[in-house]
Design a protein around this ligand. Structure first.
Ligand code: SF4
Length: 385
């Protein structure tokens, strides 16, 4: 019997089901969809779910919290799609549409290199007039100039678009990108997989099956990737559980996902601007449930740009073990109203982690420890606890 689990006692049956879920977690048994739904119920104490998620995290990672030094690059904001969730895109021909030139892209690479970054995170719009070779060239010029900078590039939605415009399969597209310098895939574009929601927030772009097929192909090639979930708009809790279930199944099959990144929706300047932002309590609960439900994901990331710095720090007590990075040049969330700072320094990130009694460890994009030697660095594999 767990105490203070249910804030509003709905009777012994409810309590019995909850005890059953918590017993499963204690012995490392997998949660069912019904278990996941139960943990989303507001009557279940957030603090207890958080405590259990934090313990599951401690068993995997001890006191370690990861961060990295990274920079973002959005080569264009011009996009053929009109996702209602998006404040970033501009239609072709719009006065605010932009394309970075090769010189500007290289300047961003130099800036990232000078700042000690180990990773460049590259995503953007999908303009109607750029061939696949344009995207390949972006990776090639950056990789040639900064071969040690890991290029985490193009969401599965973008890869699916490259397939459409090139006539290639996901495997062929990924092989071409890897030859040009691709290091791994970010987890964006997943939104909410269920078509009932996806059709309302991002109609037209790659659906769940396409998104998962791209990540499956990447994993089969030996590339690692992340997965996101954009929540807190028009979905119900069961859509979130359905989303995580699909990811858990693919992870069982391939083992290629590194981190899960729950992203609260920012409505400002989107077509869904009338919706409220999800509450901090909802953000923490979603993060904690993901740690418990996604038992085959090593890393749960508290992305401070999206959560805000304070909630991201609190998330370290709710199952997260990664704060993402210094994040230079982020624009997608800031256009959607994020009031997070433009960048955090290494000292600030480490301070946030130490303030909650945890140990900061700088990682590279593949979760290897980074050892700095002046302006250079080397990496070493971190054994799991
Ligand atoms: S979310 Fe991506 S695909 Fe959708 S409109 Fe924005 S940039 Fe385009």
């Amino acid at each position: 019997m767990y105490y203070s689990v249910v804030d509003d006692d709905r009777g012994t049956d409810f309590q019995r089901r909850l005890d059953g879920v918590l017993d499963k977690v204690a012995v490392g048994r997998r949660l069912t969809v019904e278990d996941g739904l139960l943990l989303f119920r507001p009557e279940v104490s957030l603090h207890v779910v958080g405590q259990i998620a934090a313990e599951a995290c401690r068993q995997k990672h001890g006191r370690t919290v990861f961060y990295n030094l990274n920079s973002h690059l959005n080569p264009t904001n011009v996009c053929v799609y009109r996702c209602k969730l998006c404040a970033f895109y501009r239609p072709a021909g719009h006065a605010e549409g932009y394309y970075l030139t090769v010189d500007e892209i290289l300047r961003r690479g130099q800036e990232a290199w000078d700042a000690g970054c180990t990773e460049m995170h590259i995503v953007g719009g999908l303009p109607p007039d750029k061939p696949f070779e344009w995207y390949v060239e972006i990776l090639r010029v950056l990789h040639d100039a900064y071969p040690k900078l890991h290029l985490k590039a193009w969401t599965a939605v973008e890869i699916a678009w490259f397939c459409r415009i090139s006539g290639k399969s996901p495997t062929q597209v990924l092989e071409t990108l890897r030859a040009a310098g691709l290091g791994s895939l970010p987890g964006g574009g997943a939104e909410i997989f269920h078509p009932e929601v996806r059709s309302k927030i991002s109609a037209g772009k790659a659906d769940a099956e396409e998104w998962l097929a791209v990540h499956r192909a990447a994993h089969q090639l030996g590339l690692r990737s992340n997965a996101t979930m954009l929540f807190g708009h028009v979905e119900e809790p069961w859509h979130r559980v359905d989303h995580m279930l699909r990811l858990r199944e693919l992870q069982d099959e391939t083992g290629g996902f590194q981190a899960f990144v729950p992203l609260p929706f920012h409505p400002h300047a989107t077509a869904l601007a009338h919706l409220p932002k999800p509450a901090a309590m909802d953000n923490l609960r979603t993060l904690a449930v993901s740690r418990l439900f996604l038992d085959n994901f090593d890393h749960i990331k508290a992305y401070w740009i999206s959560l805000g710095v304070g909630v991201a720090q609190a998330a370290l007590a709710y199952g997260a073990n990664d704060l993402d990075g210094t994040v230079r040049q982020e624009s997608i969330y800031h256009e959607a109203g994020s009031d997070a700072p433009e960048v955090l320094t290494v000292d600030q990130l480490c301070g946030l982690i130490r303030e909650v009694g945890r140990e900061p460890v700088e990682r590279d994009s593949l979760y290897r420890r980074v050892r700095r030697k002046g302006r250079d660095w080397e990496v070493e594999t971190i054994p799991q606890e």
